[in-house]
Design a protein around this ligand. Structure first.
Ligand code: ADP
Length: 729
């Protein structure tokens, strides 16, 4: 009997062996059920071996095989590579590929009813109401007025018995339909925008690479609004044309904002793409998963985890806003979707396009080295032009006491409102004040047992910890000294800035746009649409406003505190600040009206600020590059983090010392720590960090694997390894 090695979606280091029952054809990549302990579990065949291996061992048989097409070799190779690189068990990575396992089964069917044309012999008012529901139904594409019994009953306001009676009377007939219908097929040959010279040149290069086939990587480097989306639409169209089975994946950072982009896909290809993100319900996920696995979903648009779907024939991956830090997955298996997208395209032998106005340093260095082909879009099409960016030196023109807007910004806001145009104030702090102190005793209010400050939210009347989610109603007395009415919010949040603007512009329509005021896709969409329609004069927002929106009448962007992102000693702080602020500034003047961005800073001679004002992105990247090269930091060196946590400080400290002692020797490897993590306590667990640094040539993943393999940890201690960390908290 043949033997199959099966990998399960469990944190196990190895696949297990099973016999293959007679007549069950199994090939590598097949999805199967097989017993692990008392239960059958979902697994994937890694390898099928000849009979000889089974000799002398008592193996259990595979229980069943699913009909779905087996996972292809490039995807299996990709998963194995990810497991090794991220220092995780292969089964945990497989689990990421099988997030919607219901999709392995065929779509469930549902019963719908349609009119037969025969009228019931006995007509009653209730039956007439049912007929009216069908008559008044808006035109529904292709499904012939198929309605569910419950919907008919609700719409006609009759009991379900009436519907049943009409079926028996022959007036309605049941039809079985798939409850997960396939996605509409995109049409590559609908007309796109008529491209500008630069756009056309970029599109020609992309089309040539697609026609030629084989791996290639592109950096689509274009200023905000230069038409990067229009250009990658051309690459998608060419890929669709090149092969009737080719699939395309578009990764986007901010899924809440995808509505506008979905409409653009619909307009360009006559079909909405298949979505994939964590906010979807299980039914929609299972549908996208199944259609991707069968190769019927031709275009998938999703968040970083969409990279792990087992597409049948993935030919093109687009990573839009490739510099965005949300592509880094920080929990569980930590990975950077942009880096993995390049690896995946390489293994699939397809193309990858990284698009950005402010490429990550890593990407810029790869483009310079010739690993990625750079396609430049240096201008916005038509009359639209980039905003002028001016620094407001707060040392020279500070805001009045107790205020946060300098006189320069105040005047600009007044003028913009007078012109009938819109303003956007950006401050990356939710709530009213980021810190609450007691005027009587000086106490800073923190989350109990941690060093995290509580943020005052006036909107909800609560004090909230943005790290742990802990929250309490704002106390009337200081919890430390008991003084009444002594608690005072310090520093600005968006709510406080809004308060200031209300005094400055009493007649303006003002809205706050943050994850507190716009929870969920609908709320975000409604705010964005009101801004687009000009129903808001001044929007005050956190980073949620920075991306993707196109507000035609927005001409002033004010950055309230440009320096906040520079604090904290993060290796990418300058780069991130530059990216975020140029993205925010890029919101101004997208249509025919010129825009202006005023950036308030106490550090106008910081390289990130100088470069921003001079619109000198490449100069800025050069400085960053030199610093990182000098310090042998990524991408010129490698970093890994190891975070350990335990319920008590004693246990975590004791274990940290043992882990430190177990660190293997390695040429050129430096281990820093253990040190208390900046978020010292999280959800009741005390945290310590190691930072590991190596030259580029060292295989740091292998080093971390060797290190962790040696450890015998107490059950209450958890460790996690983060290769190429982005967060240092
Ligand atoms: P980016 O992705 O670089 O920010 P977009 O592709 O979103 O830029 O383009 C910005 C705006 O300009 C969009 O409204 C887009 O439809 C429009 N646009 C881009 N290129 C053209 C073109 N060649 N002709 C007409 N409109 C264009």
């Amino acid at each position: 009997m043949a033997v199959a090695r099966i990998l399960f979606t469990l944190p196990l280091p190895e696949p297990f062996d099973y016999t293959v029952p007679e007549g069950m054809g199994l090939e590598p990549g097949a999805y199967v059920a097989a017993p692990v302990g008392p239960y059958d579990r979902l697994g994937m065949v890694v390898e099928v071996l000849g009979d000889e291996v089974s000799s002398g061992r008592k193996l259990k048989p595979v229980t069943a095989v699913y009909e779905a097409p087996p996972m292809g070799a490039p995807m299996r190779e990709f998963l194995a590579w990810v497991a090794r690189y991220t220092v995780t068990h292969p089964g945990q990575v497989l689990a990421m590929a099988l997030r919607a396992r219901d999709g392995l089964l065929p779509s469930p069917v549902e019963t719908r009813y349609r009119l037969t044309g025969t009228l019931p012999e006995r007509m009653t008012p209730a039956r007439q109401k049912v007929l009216d529901v069908y008559r008044n139904c808006p035109e529904m594409s292709g499904n012939d007025h198929l309605l569910a019994a419950a919907d008919i009953a609700a719409a006609a306001n009759v009991s379900s018995g009436v519907v049943k009676g009409m079926v028996e009377a022959g007036a309605l007939e049941p039809v079985e339909i798939d409850s997960d219908p396939p996605f509409a097929i995109p049409d590559p040959d609908l007309p796109g925008a008529s491209l500008t010279g630069e756009q056309a040149t970029a599109a020609v290069e992309l089309r040539a690479a697609i026609q030629q086939g084989g791996f290639s990587a592109f950096l689509l480097d274009g200023v905000t609004g230069s038409g990067k989306t229009e250009v990658y639409f051309e690459a998608i169209a060419e890929t669709l044309r090149s092969d009737p089975e080719a699939q395309i994946l578009v990764l986007l950072p901010e899924i809440a904002l995808t509505q506008a982009i979905l409409a653009r896909f619909q307009a360009r290809f006559g079909a909405a793409p298949a979505p994939w993100h964590s906010g979807m319900n299980p039914k929609d996920r299972r549908r996208t998963w199944r259609e991707a696995v069968h190769g019927r979903a031709r275009i998938v648009i999703g968040a970083r985890s969409a990279l792990f779907l087992p597409y049948r024939k993935l030919r093109l991956i687009i990573v839009d806003e490739e510099h965005d830090t949300s592509f880094k997955q920080e929990d569980g298996v930590t990975y950077h979707a942009r880096d993995l997208a390049v690896m995946r395209a390489k293994m699939e032998g397809g193309q990858v396009i990284l698009a950005s106005a402010t490429p990550a340093l890593e990407t810029a260095v790869n483009a310079e080295a010739g690993r990625y082909v750079r396609l430049r879009l240096s201008a916005r099409p038509g009359a639209s032009r980039l905003p002028d960016i001016e620094l407001v030196d707060l040392r020279k023109a500070p805001p009045a006491k107790g205020k946060w807007l300098s006189p320069v910004l105040e005047r600009a806001l007044i003028q913009t409102l007078a012109n009938g145009e819109q303003s956007l104030l950006f401050l990356n702090r939710r709530g009213y004040a980021p810190l609450v102190i007691c005027k009587a005793c000086g106490e800073r209010l923190k989350t109990p047992g941690t060093e995290n400050w509580l943020t005052e939210h006036r909107y909800s009347g609560r004090l909230v910890c943005h790290v742990t989610g802990y929250s309490i109603p704002k106390p009337a007395k200081c919890p430390h000294c008991g003084a009444a009415d002594s608690l005072m919010g310090v520093g600005p949040g968006v709510e406080r800035v809004a308060e200031e603007v209300r005094v400055l512009l009493p007649n303006a329509r003002i809205e706050i746009f943050s994850s507190d005021t716009a929870q969920g896709g609908d709320a975000v969409r409604s705010l964005v649409e009101r801004m687009e329609r000009g129903e808001i004069d001044v929007m005050i927002g956190t980073q949620i406003v920075a991306k993707g929106h196109n507000f035609p009448n927005l001409t002033l962007v004010g950055v309230v505190d440009a320096d906040s992102g520079l604090k904290g000693g993060d290796l990418r702080a300058g780069e991130r600040t530059y990216q975020l602020l140029s993205q925010v500034a890029g919101r101004a003047g997208r249509a025919e009206r010129p825009g202006r961005a005023l950036v308030q800073t106490y550090a106008p001679d910081n390289p990130a600020m100088e470069a921003l004002a001079a619109n000198d992105r490449d100069g800025f990247l050069q400085i960053e590059r030199d610093v990182r090269a000098e310090l042998v930091l990524p991408p010129f060196g490698r970093l890994a983090a190891m975070i350990l946590s335990a319920p008590s400080a004693e246990l975590v400290d004791k274990t940290a010392l043992e882990i430190a002692a177990a660190a293997p020797n390695g040429e050129g490897i430096e281990v820093f720590g253990p040190a208390p993590a900046p978020i010292t306590v999280l959800r009741g667990r005390h945290r310590r960090r190691f930072l590991i640094k190596s030259p580029r040539i060292v295989d740091l993943s292998a080093y971390m694997t060797a290190w962790t393999a040696r450890l015998k940890l107490p059950a209450q201690v958890r460790i996690s390894v983060d290769i190429d960390p982005y967060s240092f908290l």
